[in-house]
Design a protein around this ligand. Structure first.
Ligand code: APR
Length: 250
């Protein structure tokens, strides 16, 4: 896999970047003890997404889905941000324009101090009524009803405010993310398998915009060959590198 060396031309492009976008996935939270979805030990290697993360699954067995997300909420609540999360808080101060776009629903970026995080796939921290859309705190909803989704006054059921397979992303969040990817000059893709769309399409938008596109992932992805640079290391090692220095910390 690639070294952590930042070649001079890439370093120069990082140094001169005015608009930076970071696109993150489950791998960023791996070193916080949270599972990824794919790859060795991933959630979808052990569980069937069609039985847990689809509107059909919620209709068929709301209790099973609710208990699974309650477990995921508890593991996320018990986890701590890691050096990659904190490094990205610093990145925010290094560029005139910076946007952090995540597929993660664990809230660890915001807990580390990142501001204005675009959560493409929603959040585990909020529950939403599947009928009227009313929202409430997920932790409080789980405490009130640990075994099955609590009912809403409208007669609907509360569900985690995440985007399930087959559901549309929030159009406002998606279009803002696409806009930023299409006009950035530095794009860091970290901890994602880059296989889930429309999220992975952001990488293509950044490449089409002529941005310097860097990937941080211990494993290759479908985009690795088309990256300007691949750092084949864990996010907690690679991301703390300052885009202004030649050698990655670690
Ligand atoms: N640092 C960086 N990357 C890592 C690390 C680490 N410490 N550990 C694992 N990875 C990489 C894996 O090699 C893998 O390519 O993180 C990636 C995680 O990929 P996925 O599990 O597919 O997660 P993600 O890309 O975020 O999934 C996208 O799919 O299941 C849905 O909605 C869910 O948001 C999720 C979406």
């Amino acid at each position: 896999m690639e070294t952590l060396e930042i070649p001079e031309p890439i370093r120069e492009r990082c140094r001169s970047a005015r608009r930076a976008v970071v696109f993150s996935g489950a791998g960023v939270s791996r070193e916080s003890g949270l599972d990824t979805f794919r790859g060795a030990g991933g959630l979808w290697e052990r569980m069937r997404p069609e039985e847990l993360a689809t509107p059909e699954a919620f209709r068929a067995d709301p209790g099973k889905v609710w208990r699974w997300y309650a477990w995921r909420w508890k593991t996320a609540a018990g986890a701590q941000p890691n050096p990659a999360h904190y490094a990205l808080v610093r990145w925010e101060t290094l560029f005139p324009a910076f946007h952090l776009i995540t597929q993660n629903v664990d809230g660890l970026h915001a807990r580390a101090g990142s501001r204005g995080v675009l959560e493409l796939h929603g959040t585990l921290l909020t529950a939403r009524c599947h009928r009227c859309g009313r929202q409430r705190d997920m932790g409080e909803a789980i405490a009130a009803s640990p075994e099955k989704p609590p009912a809403c006054d409208c007669g609907g059921l509360f569900r985690p405010a995440v985007v399930w397979f087959g559901e549309n992303l929030d159009p406002e969040v998606l279009s803002q993310a696409q806009e930023e990817a299409a006009r950035c000059d530095l794009f860091l893709s970290v901890g994602t398998s880059s296989t889930v769309y429309p999220a992975a399409g952001l990488i293509e938008l950044a490449q089409r915009a002529g941005a310097c596109v860097i990937e941080v992932n211990p494993e290759p992805t479908p985009f690795s060959r088309r990256m300007d640079l691949c750092l084949g290391a864990p996010a907690g090692v690679a991301v703390p590198f300052s885009p202004r220095r030649s050698r990655a910390a670690g």
